[in-house]
Write a protein that binds this ligand. Structure first.
Ligand code: GLA
Length: 507
């Protein structure tokens, strides 16, 4: 008779089978769409320097709650979020409203959108899949870095990021430099031609950073740009990786500063990026000081542009680390709301602007096509009134006459470049916002911006301008016409999102 009680071997088989089953279940839970718990790898597109971009995500799901870590070349981010059915959302600590990653579990893979735009697929990681961690480097003790004597007026030039992002290369920079000359941009004061992120290669055996295949010879490029009467800028990060995931200067600050000087670089934008995964905000000052001191030790005059989105009250210590300008906001977009938000956000920093050290609400979007010409005139007016750096971000080779008229308006450039270096603040609020900037020669520039959706009658009253006497003469900077105040008042119709900009002198 066949016993129903399992004999030892069959019991062993059953136990073994159930062990195998539970192991299978454990590793395949994500595959069954039950849980996101597990280790996942994302193999990205290879970078322009040949490095394979790889991320490892370790997730733990408990009910609807999701926690985890994402490790990338050179940094890691703690993530928190939710999972509902097969859908998930993960947030980084610095961005509680905008998801770091969202996606769905599809056939055992995470099909996701990384940081709002990059489509990625994460697959279950192999047992040996890992990413080396970066060791902590203690920031240096604080000491003041001497003033480098540069940027007595807000820097002017062109930067590659807003239009070209990752597709910038040597040839584009050369043709842009040519266009800076032929368009009259150089002669109007736009001197710096700045290469942003994605130029970086890998480090050689001695740790020297090299440029990638898009920039075959950085020194030759600098020579070319210099031969046009222009200056060349470059970009790096105090973190191990830049914002586009290329090697940063972490642990190589002096070495990179020497390399930049040897290439005859004239300007460095130094972007916090992955440094935020290593340092807290209280390390911003010493970490920026490290590169400030390294640049000065090279003996080459290099404008130092801090890019850390206005964190840690940078305007209060920027000059002490050798900084000539510092971002006060997140990234600008070619949109009216983004442009206005950036310039309004830097209002509290106004007392800290002055010759040699400037607040930077980010680069210009004029001519990039997603704002109206009225909006671009307002963009340019507000940047000039606030003594902000004028770094064009459009294609200088193919500018429309309207874009040229905005960027090359000498009267407005003069307001931005006024040697007194005062940053205007709004003195009247509402749909019609009035900004006033005193100038070195005693004149005053005044801008009225129509934030409203309809045309409106803008007014400027002479007694609100803090003039040292009554109005002698006044000029409309956009129409290039002298205008007259009547009984202490000047008034003009301003289109929606447009601007009236005057410079007024006193008797
Ligand atoms: C950050 C900066 C941008 C640009 C990119 C490049 O987002 O704020 O201005 O430099 O990085 O990756």
């Amino acid at each position: 008779m066949k016993s129903h009680i399992p004999t030892w071997p069959s019991l062993r088989h059953t136990r073994c089978a159930s062990l195998i089953a539970s192991l299978f279940l454990l590793f395949s839970l994500p595959l069954l769409g039950q849980s996101l718990t597990g280790r996942w790898t994302i193999i990205g597109k290879p970078l322009d320097n040949g490095e394979q971009s790889k991320s490892l995500i370790e997730l733990k799901q408990s009910g609807n709650e999701l926690t985890g870590t994402m490790k990338n070349l050179g940094y890691s981010v703690e993530l928190k979020g939710t999972a509902t059915g097969t859908h998930f959302e993960l947030f980084a600590p610095w961005s509680p409203a905008k998801p770091f990653m969202t996606g769905d579990l599809v056939n055992g893979e995470l099909h996701a959108i990384d940081r709002g735009h990059r489509e990625v697929i994460a697959k279950p990681a192999g047992a040996n899949d890992d990413i080396p961690t970066v060791s902590y480097i203690e920031p240096p003790p604080l000491h003041p870095v001497p003033d480098n004597g540069l940027a007595k007026t807000p820097p002017m030039g062109w930067n590659s990021w807003n239009l070209f992002a990752g597709s910038i290369d040597d040839q584009t920079v050369r043709t842009m430099a040519d266009a800076m000359v032929s368009s009259g941009m150089r002669d109007a004061g736009y001197i710096y031609v700045n290469i942003d992120d994605t130029w970086e290669g890998v480090r050689d055996a001695q740790g020297n950073i090299q440029s990638n295949h898009k920039f075959p010879d950085m020194k030759a490029l600098a020579d070319y740009v210099h031969s046009k009467g222009l200056k060349l800028g470059i970009y790096s990060s105090p973190g191990p990786r830049t914002c586009a995931n290329y090697p940063g200067s972490y642990g190589h600050e002096e070495q990179d500063a020497k390399t930049f000087a040897a290439w005859d670089i004239d300007y460095l934008k130094y972007d916090w990026c992955s440094a935020r995964n290593i340092y807290k905000n209280d390390a911003l000052q010493p970490v920026y000081q490290k590169m400030g001191a390294a640049l000065q030790a090279t003996g080459r005059p290099i404008v130092y542009s801090l890019c850390e989105y206005g964190w840690g009250d940078v305007q209060k210590w920027g000059p002490q680390v050798g900084g000539n300008l510092w971002r006060t906001t997140g990234d600008i977009r070619d949109e009216w709301s983004s442009m206005i938000e950036n310039v309004e956000k830097q209002v509290p920093t106004a007392p800290y602007a002055g010759p040699g050290h400037w607040n930077d609400p980010d680069m210009l979007e004029v001519g990039n096509g997603h704002m109206t010409d009225d909006e671009y005139r307002t963009h340019m007016s507000l940047w000039a009134l606030t003594a902000s750096p004028l770094l064009a971000g459009n294609d200088i080779r193919t500018m429309t006459p309207e874009t040229k008229a905005i960027l090359l308006n000498k009267e407005i450039i003069a307001i931005d470049q006024d040697p007194l270096g005062k940053q205007a603040s709004p003195v009247k609020h509402g749909d019609l916002e009035t900004w006033i900037k005193p100038l070195a020669n005693g004149e005053v520039s005044v801008g009225v911006v129509n934030l409203g959706a309809n045309p409106a009658q803008g007014e400027v009253r002479a007694n609100e301008l803090n003039l040292k006497g009554s109005v002698k003469s006044a000029r409309d900077v956009w129409t290039h016409k002298d205008i007259a105040f009547k009984d202490g008042l000047y008034s003009e119709m301003i289109p929606s999102h447009g601007v009236m900009l005057l410079t007024v002198s006193a008797k």
